[in-house]
Design a binder for this molecule. Structure first.
Ligand code: NAP
Length: 262
């Protein structure tokens, strides 16, 4: 079978460790023949990022904290001469306290921080990578992000991050409308709960995994590899007609209304 991303170059952000959804996406992009570039947030993650890149056979690693305009400008400069076909935004952050306290007590700083890192950063990354994007190929260029059901429904303890994800999903639609004429597609994948470092910051996250597994139509939890394969679809020519969408990869949980006990 031909590889779906042969001849394409993809930038993947947010690889913190082997459990990161971004790691699964980078792995799937490499499997499909893409030339992958990783970004990491700061010096603190450099060695880990280098190890993970080596494991995947990835040679290009760039540092970029999305809250620093100078680092976004540096990213644009570093990508000069690169023909980017896909960009995966896999970045989010909220203060642990803001995920633990009642929502009405969310701090102003915590609210703004979650919005900046988790939602505005998609606009910032779109702007920083656009000069390198190569939308001329069949399928155009593809920008994608990761979201969660807490954007559209109340999920206990997701709190300030749910509001940030709502802004992120709206950002996807506005960017899709804005960049569509340039043949740049923008989509979100709404992943079911997956045990990662970020997810562990959500109070009782293990209970979320245990509590939903039997409610999911597929009767299992979401595998990061399934999210990654959807990212491959969006990055590839197969996704050429899809923009402005939120694709649920959650074992079907989002369709469920009421489940009665046996
Ligand atoms: P993760 O491995 O902890 O990834 C989060 C990434 O965001 C980390 O690499 C982190 O870098 C990065 N990041 C935070 N602040 C940043 C900044 N200022 N600049 C650059 N990078 C920054 O967790 P994950 O679950 O895979 O999260 C990836 C995405 O999937 C997030 O958007 C998350 O909301 C979304 N998602 C997760 C789930 C789930 O259940 N896990 C479900 C749906 C959606 P450092 O580690 O270096 O701080």
């Amino acid at each position: 079978m031909p590889k779906l991303l042969e001849g394409k170059t993809a930038l993947v952000t947010g690889v913190a460790n082997k459990w990161s959804i971004a790691f699964a996406i980078a792995q799937a992009f490499v499997r499909e023949g893409a030339d992958v570039i990783l970004t990491y947030q700061s010096d603190r993650q450099k060695l880990t990022a280098e190890d993970l890149a080596q494991e995947l056979g990835i040679e290009r690693l760039l540092q970029c904290d999305v809250t620093h305009e100078s680092e976004l400008e540096q990213l644009t400069a570093s990508l000069k001469g690169t023909n980017l076909h896909a960009v995966a935004h896999c970045i989010a952050f909220a203060n642990r306290e803001d995920l633990a306290r009642p929502f009405s007590e969310t701090s102003r700083e915590g609210f703004l921080l979650a919005q900046e890192v988790s939602a505005f950063s998609l606009v910032a990354l779109a702007r920083a990578t656009r000069p390198a994007m190569n939308p001329a190929d069949q399928g155009g260029a593809s920008l994608m992000t990761l979201t969660y059901l807490g954007a559209v429904r109340v999920v206990q303890n997701y709190n300030v991050m749910g509001v940030a994800k709502a802004a992120l999903e709206s950002t996807v639609r506005y960017l899709a409308a804005d960049l569509g004429a340039s043949n740049i597609r923008v989509n979100a994948i709404s992943a079911g709960p997956i045990k990662t470092t970020s997810a562990r910051g959500i109070r009782n996250f293990t209970k979320v995994l245990e509590g939903t597994v039997n409610l999911n139509p597929l009767r299992r939890n979401t595998d990061p590899a399934e999210v990654a394969d959807t990212a491959v679809f969006l990055a590839s020519v197969l996704g050429r007609g899809v923009t402005g969408n939120v694709l649920y990869v959650d074992a079907g949980f989002q369709i469920m209304g009421l489940t009665l006990p046996d």
